[in-house]
Design a protein around this ligand. Sequence first.
Ligand code: FAD
Ligand code: DLZ
Ligand code: SF4
Length: 509
Amino acid sequence: MVSRLVLILGDQVSPDIAALREADKGTDIVMMAEVADEASYVGHHPKKIAFIFAAMRKFAARLEGDGWKVVYTKLDDPKNAGSIPGEILRRAEEFGAQEALVTRPGEWRLIGLLGDMPIPVHQLEDDRFICSESEFQSWTAGRKSLRMEYFYREMRRKTGLLMEGDKPAGGQWNFDHENRKPAPDEVHHSGPMQFTPDEGVEEVLDLVEARFADNFGQLRPFHFATDQDQARRALSYFIKHALPRFGDYQDAMLNDNKFLYHAVISPYLNAGLLGPLEICQAAEEAWKNGDAPLNAVEGFIRQIIGWREYVRGIYFLEGPDYPRRNALNHQRKLPALYWGAETKMNCLSKAVAQTRDEAYAHHIQRLMVTGNFALLAGIDPHEVHEWYLAVYADAYEWVEAPNTVGMSQFADGGVVGSKPYVSSGNYIDRMSDYCKSCAYKVKKKTGQGACPFNLLYWHFLNRHRDRFENNPRMANMYRTWDRMDEGRRDTVLAEADDFLSCLSSGETV
Ligand code: FAD
Ligand code: DLZ
Ligand code: SF4
């Protein structure tokens, strides 16, 4: 007699996930389903859908090999109910199950749907994270501001990573002043480890090609790891070949190099093929063995036990309305250039093209190119949010929304960031070689060919003066603006308005 269904979602392909630990191999049935609803709540990048389906199929086979009874619904199965709740009910009827178990999903939408089912669906805490939701809540209690740096120190103490007794290794918590060098002339790393699709992965690619042909993004070539063994090999490859220089060039961007020294492991980590501790321990080991410097290893570990855990805490703390926030009341439609329409702005053109090809862009491309532009141009943050959720292979709402709505668009009014991440073209010029081959001139502040980031930067500060002028971290910017003569200020604002009108009317800018 079957007692329960055990649902495993596409981003839960971890052998020790809570629902499996709780389940009984003898009587429970594991169910997994490729469903249209999950594959289309935003127009996901085809590489992302293919990665998730391929990882799901391999994981189902692994569980079967481990002795579980697994029922798997493929997308093109004629009986497919098309949604996760629909599949639960169909399987419950098929096997006479009265209840289901699931590890709590990483999105309020699905948490709500599963909480509203005619049969009980028990949602267990997802403990694949270092910080539980209740721990995060305790950390926030009584704090006026929730700055990541202090949270990160707690996580260092908790995990013991890079700790010497109760002191941080090397005498400092954070080595960022040694990181963030401008773009190097040469990169001695050819990017992440690539995997040739086997027959099963090819079958998924054919399915995705047939069903999601209109989605933004290039499906082939497809080189992602799709199981735990491959993901671990990709991690070791990164630790050996790229980690030593990760810190130095963390913020750099190059026309002809999409990955620099980045790990490109976030799709694996977020789907559950890798765990945060195993990644950080491998990085720490490289430092202990003298194979990677402390600035690189600390910077890398901070992203995972600091930023990643922190944004998850914020997502669940802030509640389901978070992705809809719009503190700056930005209403402009997302311009077509985000979907690959031509633009003369080389930085945006490169960041979007690489997103289309790889379902990947690194943090600074997301934050200081596509994100910065959307914020300066006053794009509706919900549209920006849906874009990021769709186009990156690592995007699930719990991690994407705080990064986009909070960190990048300041639409949460300052929960994640103490000031908006805005910059003129100067920053992009310093950190990349984009400006050298751009139709605009980064050194030009106004007039024909002036870099749009230069114009929009002041437009943003001017239109949000009431909100930001008393922010101590922005006082210098307002002083510089106020020192400009009035005629020049008027020219900047008028040219920025012209640019925004062209952008909104669909002209190539
Ligand atoms: P590396 O630069 O090599 O960093 C190592 C790891 O640290 C990453 O794999 C990732 O797991 C973690 N990490 C680094 N920064 C962050 C961060 N800010 N938040 C959470 N984890 C972090 N990351 C996602 O995983 N999913 C998203 O949907 C996502 N959306 C983003 C949207 C915007 C607007 C911005 C600015 C950032 C977003 N990030 C997101 C964070 C970051 O850009 C990616 O984690 C990173 O680019 C992944 O590439 P990587 O593996 O090469 O990272
Ligand atoms: C992202 C995604 C996609 C594209 N497809 C599926 C699917 O068909 N079946 C499934 O179980 N999960 C899928 N996922 C992942 C879910 O959307 C994810 O579990 C929720 O967004 C919560 O993070
Ligand atoms: Fe981007 Fe301006 Fe540089 Fe062109 S000049 S690449 S638009 S920052």
